[in-house]
Every structure is written in structure tokens, then in C-alpha cells.
Design a protein around this ligand. Sequence first.
Ligand code: CTP
Length: 395
Amino acid sequence: MANVLVGITGGIAAYKATGIIRGLTEAGHEVKVIPTANALRFIGKTTLEALSHNSVDPDLYSDVADVKHVELGQKADLVIVAPATAAFLARYAAGLADDLLLNTLLVTKAPVLVAPAMHTEMWSHATTVRNVRQLRSDGIHVLEPAVGRLTGQDSGVGRLPEAEEIVQAALALLEPQDLRGRRVIVTAGGTREPIDPVRFIGNRSSGKQGLAIARVAQARGADVLVIGANIPTVAGLKMIHVETAAELQQQLVAELGEADVLIQAAAVSDYRVARPSELKLKKAAIGEALDLRLEMNPDLLKLAVETRQPKQLIVGFAAETAANDSELEARALEKIRAKGCDLLVANNVSGGAVFDADDTRVMILDEYGVVSQCSGTKDAVARELVELIATRLRG
Ligand code: CTP
């Protein structure tokens, strides 16, 4: 758990800070909010107090005896300013400490992430460009604004990035950057094999575990690519979308050569419909029973192992319906030896457990046996797995 300060300045995107505060508290962090006076024209103090579970007092001159800015600045592990207006960037770049937020920012030694949001012309104005350059050379992390609809009718660069993206980028500043320069491919979700243009054979994988792993690896500096099978786009992650096992195979073949690590978390359909119909199948034409002939898909994990580059680390997953832990371990050991990957994350999916849930319980093995057992959120499992991967890459 980290002490995170969220500074909000006076722009229309100030209301989006609610998503940032919520994201941080849900991730278990202690959040204190410092709005500027102008931010409070856009968003209410009550909202900020309710979401942060902490009182909000932006007045530099109240409780002076506590020397608030010094305490806040010294205690912070991380500071986020979102949205940051052009005026704020100018004041910060100049060290103009005339309110609680800027005083706190000049005290803190914690990493600071600033997320600007303003109209395109203001963002590209020479003074803003100069101020951003100054802040970056002072070691402040300034996010690029997103492109999209602005306050008026027009669109362009200057939008505040999605709250989730800001939270991930900020929390990454607390992580060791030991995966910098490493290319990591994570497959996530579940493939779908078409029966006709409307129906498919699919599975219950939500992609949550794969996405959690991707975020943790990216936070530790890795260059991450997610190949997502039937999962939505996630802000801040580089993603390629696929539907079938064949499409997943095609993308893996194209991308794998450059990768240091493959994490094959996707649930790949073992079989596909031999001859999917080009037209929608009609009951009247089929009658009482429908026979579908399925043929086997290639085992993509095994193929990746067989064609692996030297030193490439390959992690597989196993979904097993096991009666107990020792049965899960035995099956997982058999699977890792058959597949030849370096690590295997084994889930017990008896009774449909795990799918789409936020919590999970896994056993992580190498070819010699269990190296870790871990339970909790899919984020916690992701952290444990990425730690094991980082250790192996070091070794
Ligand atoms: N896998 C794959 N290609 C397939 C089937 C599975 O790459 N055609 C990968 C999965 O992504 C996972 C691992 O193999 O990382 C194990 O998947 P799992 O479904 O547990 O095992 P299977 O190999 O399909 O064997 P079985 O279903 O018979 O247990």
C-alpha cells in the first residue's frame, strides 16, 4: 500500500479525477486529494472526500501549525496531477509555489506523474512545449494527452487519457524497472471457432488473468504486446485482436521471433469445426439433430516451444478439474513435461471456479515441481508470476 497524492487543477476534465481516485483506492492505496481553488469550480469537495475516504482541505493557510504541505510532501510515495492545465504546467515549471498543491510538489521527493489536458492549440503552444520540456528535464513524468473529442465540437490532441491508463502509468513509477528492454507477449482471452456466421464454439476465459500479467510486466518496464482473443481493448496496453486459434497462431508466428518471453494465458480451442457453414444454418434444413465434425487445432504452446529462440522464456497455463491439490500438481507436472515450457500456471477449474472471477488460486510449476502456490486477486497472482519470470531472466 502506498501513500498517493492526487492533485487536481481547474480544467473540464477535473471530473475524471474521480476514476483515478477510485482506481487507486480499489488497488488498496491511501489517497489524499489536493484540488486547486479552480478545480473546485469543476468538482465538489464532498465527492473527493467520499471517494478518497479522506478529508480534503486545499487551503495552504488553514492548520498552519501542522505545516501541511511539508507533511503531505514528505509522506507521499507517489504524486499524480490530473488533469494538469497549461497554467499549472507553467507555475510548476517556474516553481511558483503559491498554493497547497505546488508547495507540496516542491517538498516531495516522490515520483510525480502529470497528466495534461487542454485544447490542442494550448498544448502545442511554444510556452507549453517549453514548460513540458523543462518539467521532463527536472525528472517529472509528463504523460502525452490523448487524441479525441475536446470540450467544444472539435477533436484533437489534448484529452485527458483514460483514468485506468493514468493509474497504471503512475503505479508503474513505484515498480522496479527490471524488465526494461524485454519484449513480452501475453496471449489472453478465449478463441472462438465459427460454426456459421452467427454461432461459434467458445470457452469461458475472460482474459482477466492475462491482462493483469500484461499490466504488471509493463509496469516493470517491459515492452508488452497482448494478443487478445475476444476481449475488449484495454487503454494503455498494446493489443492485437484475434478470434480463432488459427488467427492467434498467425499473430504468434509473426511476433514471437523478437520476444524474450511468451505467456500463453489464452484458452485456445483444442478443436475447430471442420467445415464451418458460410450461410446461417437453418433448423428447417437440419432437422432434429445437428452433427458437427471437429478437427484438432495445432497446440500453439507446443509449437512455440519447438520453434523457440535461444533464451526465450515460455510460460503456459493449465486449466484442470482436479479433486484436490495433489491431483492438480500431478496433472500439471505431466502437462509441463509434455509441453516443454519453462513455467506452468495451473488452475483448478472444478465447478467453473476461476472464470471471470477477480480472485483465483494457482500453483506455479517448473519441470521439477511446484515453485509457488498463490491465491488472492488476479493482480496478486500476476505479480507473483512476473517476479518469478524476472528472476529467471536475471539468472
Ligand atoms: N494451448 C495452446 N494451443 C492449443 C491448446 C492449448 O497453445 N491448441 C495452451 C494453452 O494456452 C495453455 C496450455 O496450452 O497455455 C494448456 O492448455 P489446456 O487447455 O490446459 O491444456 P491442453 O493442452 O488443451 O490439454 P487438455 O485440454 O487435454 O488438458
